[in-house]
Design a protein around this ligand. Structure first.
Ligand SMILES: *Cc1c(COP(=O)(O)O)cnc(C)c1O
Length: 424
């Protein structure tokens, strides 16, 4: 199927959109509108993803490979853990870098590897240039690490990611180069945009993006909402509502697409930290990007959410399809403690934003089944969480393996000139 940019009626095949990341007009590629699916969805994550994505991939050069891409990418599950009768945590952190971004990054890498093999022009490696607020960079680096014909360049805001995130970002080596940028995540994101806009630079390095604007990351994220919603229904809890901790709106937009495809999903609520641009936009209808503020939920420290362009383009009245609320650091802290006390679960600061927003919704009378997307493993944010709970958090094996490796990141000033010089 063809997809089109948010900024023009120009259409390209899906494979082209996946390879490019961003549309040449500066817009974001949008999946076509699809009628709701009727009938069986399949029994596991891969089957459900196949059902969701097959019509979007129909006729595309990647269509035949879709089952193999899914099997290669989704080697871990997305289970829902019920912490009480009506509240689930959708655990999205069982991948190699312990955050939900593993799903999208691994799917994208599996797609790009096939496209690269099919279209090899033998004129140098493709450079995957990625800005990260903490978790994207590691997921993308892990997904492309050791893959022939790819180089990964990661930009992260120095001092604004957790110590373990920083270690993880610099621990890959080989075909992965990591820069710590003297600036904010928004500076990193701006650098990536500028690099793409610089035609010569972009061509020389065969730049491709792997940020959350990439449609190759967006689409596969629908799968775990399918898994959770169908499990909720099968367990007798009915169609769930979702709270999605949100920064750039990539994860939550996938939830909206999953709902559009006909999955049993009720309300979709965005939970942000003090970077409250999205709640303010939905409340007032006016979009006011701001400088990002540093919070305990650092992967959501976004002042100009890039996927908002998709939301506004697809829905005439965004406030009719999605709600939003925000919480401060004090609320993140108290929610971590309270969740442990009442459920025995240790959650990451981002997941805590979601749970805090859910508690407020319930105080205001919201009933029914709610699932909060648990976007990362708490062990990635041990410097925030361990002092609150007073005990160490066991580190999942994949994360422990990365943390055991040496780590290096090169300092970079936030200018295109500096980046261009480093790219060579
Ligand atoms: C990236 C990230 C988010 C925000 O996801 P978006 O798709 O940018 O909204 C939330 N939590 C964690 C742990 C993340 O890594």
């Amino acid at each position: 199927m063809n997809v089109r940019s948010t900024r023009s009626a120009h259409e390209v095949p899906l494979a082209v959109a996946i390879a490019r990341g961003q549309a040449p007009d500066g817009g974001l590629y949008m999946p076509p509108e699809l009628p709701p699916h009727r009938g069986a969805w399949g029994d596991d994550l891969c089957e459900q993803a196949q059902t969701l994505l097959a019509p979007i991939f129909a006729g595309d050069e990647l269509a035949g490979a879709l089952p193999a891409i899914l099997t290669e990418a989704f080697t871990f599950d997305a289970p829902t853990r019920w912490i009480d009768d009506a509240t689930g945590l959708l655990e999205l952190f069982h991948g190699p870098t312990a955050a939900f971004k593993d799903f999208g990054a691994r799917f994208l890498a599996a797609c790009l590897a096939r496209l690269e093999a099919a279209h090899s022009r033998r004129n140098g490696d493709t450079t995957v240039l990625v800005a990260t607020s903490g978790d994207t960079g590691a997921a993308v680096a892990a997904a492309f690490h050791g893959r022939a014909r790819f180089r990964v360049v990661v930009l992260y805001p120095d001092g604004r990611v957790s110590p373990r995130q920083a270690h993880q970002l610099g621990a890959f080596g080989d075909n992965v180069t990591t820069f710590r940028v003297a600036g904010t995540f928004d500076d990193c994101q701006r650098l990536v945009k500028e690099a793409f806009a610089e035609r010569e630079l972009s061509r020389r390095h065969r730049l491709t993006s792997a940020n959350s604007i990439s449609i190759g990351r967006l689409l596969p994220q629908m799968a775990y909402y399918a898994r959770a919603a169908l499990q909720s229904v099968a367990s007798g809890r009915g169609a769930p509502n979702f709270v999605v901790p949100t920064g750039n709106l990539g994860n939550a937009f996938a939830c909206l697409l999953a709902k559009e495809r006909g999955l049993p999903i009720g309300r979709v609520v965005l939970a942000t930290n003090r970077n409250r641009v999205l709640p303010d936009f939905l409340a007032t209808g006016s979009y006011e990007p701001r400088e990002s503020l540093a919070t305990l939920a650092n992967a959501m420290d976004v002042g100009a959410p890039s996927n908002l362009e998709r939301l506004r383009q697809r829905f005439a009245e965004p406030s009719q399809v999605v709600e939003a609320d925000w919480v401060d650091d004090a609320s993140i802290r108290s929610t971590v403690v309270q969740t442990l006390d009442t459920t025995g679960q240790v959650v990451c600061p981002h997941t805590a934003c979601g749970l805090a927003v859910l508690r407020r919704l319930r105080t205001r009378g919201a009933g029914g089944t709610w699932i909060v997307a648990a976007t990362a493993h708490p062990a990635k944010f041990e410097t925030v969480i361990e002092p609150l709970i007073g005990r160490p958090i066991p580190v999942p094996p994949a994360l422990a393996a990365v943390l055991a490796r040496p780590s290096h990141a090169t300092a970079l000033s936030p200018s295109l000139q500096a980046l261009a010089a480093q790219l060579g």
